[in-house]
Design a protein around this ligand. Structure first.
Ligand code: ATP
Ligand code: MG
Length: 418
């Protein structure tokens, strides 16, 4: 017996409807904001993530699924959605289109992580990207997309936490302050943090090790080291959120796990699913496009973990759509009637009614039992009597009510009664 790889999940037919529901609400929400879908490949050249996401991040350092293909090219399965979109933006000349360009994606994401609740090796993300606008209104709009989606799904939380980690200019003075705060304590920190100390000290604040967290608890805050432009941007963002009725808290501990962020960063954090409570993380990344070889363009976006979102909805017993069951089961009265039932089922499908019939040579009794278990809304027996009279009895399973009609009218009757 071959098992499923660690950290991956099957979505079984009886649960698929929840994903369909979620995806439907997501697509509609994105469209209501004038955002169109972009689809990029599941794998990219490894170089893209090294340059885009950055080699001091956990994702790139420890979590990438990287391999050489048969042409000896280093290939990586997407560990996040943004870098591929930035590449597509540059490669397809999307910068020449009227800006800002608003895009969304739904994609599988692959990270070699230690599997636990809310942490998988393959998960799925819904993400938003707005390219070409440096305005805090774009930051606010991105957050509003997530908030609107949550509201449509019946969620009042997760709580929006925002912070600004500043631009490379502010980062210089902040890094100096952080290095001097850490001082000799750096020797007591984990090997990753010691490496980050020189390369990208800000990342030390995102370390999950308890010992490191203790040392950084009273570290300087990025918001105290913002340049005038970054400070104004962050203040404007807050006043836009306030006047749009979007509740938030300023949380100076949010720094995000990816190198490309500049300025605004944010997370939506839920208390409904335990330790892995961040369901959506995002921010501004004004240097990403130029980092991966394009003409500089400001950008802002988020990635939302769909398995975590589903967990929240399930834990709170919220609506997740309806199981998808065919409307009618045509039960052949005998084996001789199977061919005719097969034809009738097909006619119904052509008329847009989801219909099913026997594929196993079942007896009428066992066919009826099967129909009951599967939960069809209607069942009709197809036998010699029906074929001769041209009339069929549609039995509604919920209350046993029977409607009789000609074969050519079944679709019409069912469509009226649905
Ligand atoms: P974390 O701090 O939990 O590791 P992250 O900073 O790595 O999160 P992002 O890269 O911002 O997460 O990804 C966006 C969202 O995708 C997260 O907020 C989360 O909902 C989801 N996500 C990230 N990693 C996983 C995973 N391994 N399994 C399931 N969902 C995940
Ligand atoms: Mg992570």
């Amino acid at each position: 017996m071959i098992n499923i790889p660690k950290g991956t999940k099957d979505v079984l037919p009886e649960d698929a409807y929840k994903w369909h529901y979620l995806e439907k609400v997501i697509r509609k929400t994105a469209e209501d904001f004038g955002i169109r879908e972009i689809r990029t490949p599941t794998f990219e050249h490894t170089e893209l993530f090294l340059r885009g996401v950055g080699d001091t991040t956990d994702i790139v350092n420890k979590e990438m699924y990287t391999f050489l293909d048969k042409g000896e090219r280093s290939i990586t399965l997407k560990p996040e959605g943004t870098a591929g979109v930035a590449r597509a933006y540059i490669e397809n000349g999307l910068q020449e289109l009227p800006q800002p360009l608003k895009m969304y994606y739904l994609t599988p994401v692959f990270r070699y992580e230690r599997p636990q609740a809310g942490r998988l090796r393959e998960h799925h993300q819904f993400g938003i990207e707005i390219y070409g606008s440096p305005s805090p209104y774009a930051d606010a709009e991105v957050m509003l997309v997530a908030k609107t989606l949550f509201a449509r799904l019946g969620l009042t939380e997760p709580v929006l936490n925002i912070n600004s980690i500043g631009c490379p200019e502010c980062r210089k003075s902040y890094n100096a302050a952080l290095r001097s705060y850490l001082g000799d304590n750096i020797s007591k920190m984990c090997p990753s943090c010691r490496e980050r100390f020189d390369k990208n000290p800000l990342r030390i604040l995102d370390c999950k090790e308890a010992g490191c967290k203790e040392i950084t608890a009273a570290a300087p805050k990025t918001i105290d080291y913002l340049c005038d432009d970054c400070k104004t941007h962050f203040e404007e963002l807050q006043s836009i959120l306030t006047s749009s009725g979007v509740a938030f808290v300023v949380n100076p501990n949010i720094v995000r796990g990816l190198d490309y962020y500049t300025g605004t960063v944010f997370e939506f954090i839920s208390s409904a699913i335990g330790a892995q409570g961040t369901v959506c993380g995002g921010g501004r990344y004004n240097n990403l496009v130029s980092d991966v070889g394009g003409k500089s363009a400001p950008a802002v976006g988020f990635g939302m973990g769909l398995e975590r979102l589903l967990m929240i909805l399930e834990n709170l017993n919220l609506y997740l759509g309806e199981p998808e069951v065919p409307i009618i089961y045509l039960a052949p009265a005998s084996r001789d009637d199977a061919g005719f039932a097969f034809v009738v089922a097909n006619r119904l499908r052509e008329a847009g009614v989801s219909a099913d019939t026997d594929l196993l040579g079942r007896s009428l009794k066992s066919g009826m039992k099967y129909a009951d278990k599967r939960g069809y809304k209607y069942v009709a027996v197809i036998g010699s009597e029906e074929r001769e009279s041209g009339m069929v009895k549609l039995k509604r399973m919920s209350d046993g009510a029977v409607t009789e009609c000609g074969f050519d009218k079944i679709a019409e009757v069912l469509k009226c009664q649905k």
